[in-house]
Write a new protein. Structure first.
Length: 454
């Protein structure tokens, strides 16, 4: 009896200690492995993803399910969900990212948050439609990088609890669901690219990170938010065959120039991979290097997963291909590289695709305003009313009334469809990429197709 009492006491003490150890420690400045468990209700079974992985890394090449070499050709869908002001305006707007555009809309709309939310939903819904997916596929592309900002789907950090479950903008998932359904139907591969992540990895407007530096590293809450979102995306689209991978950890890190040890970039890439692997055991990790995704030696040893591709960016002269310095890394670790962003023309594409192994590419920019030298296949022009709002934002015109602003904002949002009055197709730019502008994928009756069972 005495022994039984002692055993019962020991069991109770063990249970109490276990409960206490599971409580989050606000003073902890690392992301422990336990934090990658399902704190938010997301399934973390390694076998949760039931799709058939269509493209994989094998013997230093990308191959399909039959072992045939795959060369990725496509576009990075910049400015749609993660706007960069220099592709839309001049003056002050040239330096705006999503955060600043959101503030600008609220300013002219009389601080009407409900209107602003509806405006952005309308804007994003019309910017990319089924027609765009049909065109990209018909031109001869086989993939897109789905460029997005964490704030498309999550309220900003200040509105979030410190620990999961985190808050999500549930309605906005519809934008992603529709796009993924179209890509699934037209067999257009998708690489998820969290271009703007909580806190940013570079402090630049291209990542919605103005003034934040490398805030993802400096604030543990930012890291928890990012990992939670990656898991949510992997979980939501775990049955979609069009998903081939994830651009991780986020866009164009700048660790060295912000005085952060580059070894932390590798640690973050490993941590992000582990989080996604809880849901998706086979998707490819398109890993970005430091210094605008040019420096990859800091990721060594590149051995934490069998499905790794080095995603470098090149905005110099298209023929100044700085990819060749990556070949020793590729050979050493049995991986390959991919031009995830950059300028491109037929000559540079021929060099990339004729390499051994061939190098895939995603031309940066499919659709935006015609600004500067970078001309996308589809260019947008302003409606008369929206032009007046832009002039106010740029500091060259008076502030419109709230009623006029709301009317003009919605007019612009509804005019963004590629077959609408504000969009022009630039065949010369499409041909310059070696694509066929007049080809269109056969129409598939998708109707009100709902997302695959989640």
């Amino acid at each position: 009896m005495k022994r039984l009492k002692i055993n019962l006491f020991a069991l109770c003490l063990l249970a109490l200690c276990s409960c206490q150890s599971n409580q989050p420690n606000p003073a902890d400045h690392s992301v422990p492995h336990q934090s990658l468990q399902d704190e938010s209700g997301t399934a973390v079974n390694p076998n949760a993803a039931t799709r058939h992985q269509q493209v994989m890394v094998k013997n230093g090449r990308l191959v399909d399910r039959d072992g045939k070499t795959v060369v990725l050709r496509g576009f990075g869908l910049g400015h749609w969900l993660c706007p960069e002001g220099y592709f839309q305006g001049t003056g002050k707007v040239k330096g705006w990212a999503l955060k600043e555009f959101e503030a600008g809309v609220l300013d002219v709309a009389g601080r009407d948050k409900a209107f602003a939310d509806n405006f952005w939903f309308e804007w994003w819904s019309n910017y990319m439609t089924e027609m765009d997916v049909r065109m990209i596929k018909g031109w001869g592309c086989n993939h897109v990088r789905l460029v997005f900002d964490d704030n498309n789907l999550m309220p900003r950090k200040e509105e979030q609890p410190d620990y999961p479950p985190f808050l999500y903008k549930e309605k906005n998932w519809e934008i992603f669901d529709n796009f993924m359904n179209w890509c699934e139907a037209y067999h257009l591969y998708v690489i998820f690219d969290m271009h703007g992540c909580p806190g940013s990895l570079n402090g630049m407007l291209c990542s919605d990170g103005i003034g934040e530096g490398v805030g993802l590293i400096k604030d543990l809450k930012n890291r928890r938010l990012m990992l939670d979102l990656w898991k949510k995306i992997a979980q939501r689209y775990r049955h979609y065959d069009c998903v081939i991978g994830y651009d991780i950890p986020s866009n164009e890190p700048l660790f060295r120039r912000h005085g952060i040890p580059q070894s932390e970039l590798r640690a973050l890439a490993v941590e992000t991979t582990k989080a996604i692997r809880m849901i998706d055991p086979s998707g490819i990790m398109f890993v970005e290097g430091d210094e605008y995704s040019h420096e990859f030696e800091c990721l060594e040893p590149i051995d934490w997963d069998s499905q790794i591709v080095l995603s470098y960016h090149n905005y110099e002269d298209p023929m100044n291909l700085d990819i060749w310095h990556l070949y020793p890394l590729m050979k050493k670790y049995g991986t390959l590289t991919y031009m995830g962003e950059g300028a491109a023309n037929q000559a540079s594409i021929a060099v990339l695709e004729d390499g051994n192994p061939p190098v895939g590419w995603a031309k940066w920019g499919y659709k935006w305003w015609r600004k500067g030298k970078v001309i996308p296949p589809i260019t947008i022009s302003n409606t008369e009313g929206f032009d007046k709002i832009m002039k106010y934002w740029e500091g060259t015109g008076p502030k419109p009334s709230v009623d006029d602003s709301k009317k003009w904002l919605m007019e612009m949002a509804r005019s963004l469809r590629t077959d609408g009055p504000c969009c022009t197709r630039n065949d010369k730019e499409i041909i310059e990429l070696g694509l066929s502008p007049n080809d269109l994928a056969d129409k598939i009756e998708i109707g009100n197709m709902s997302p695959k069972a989640r």
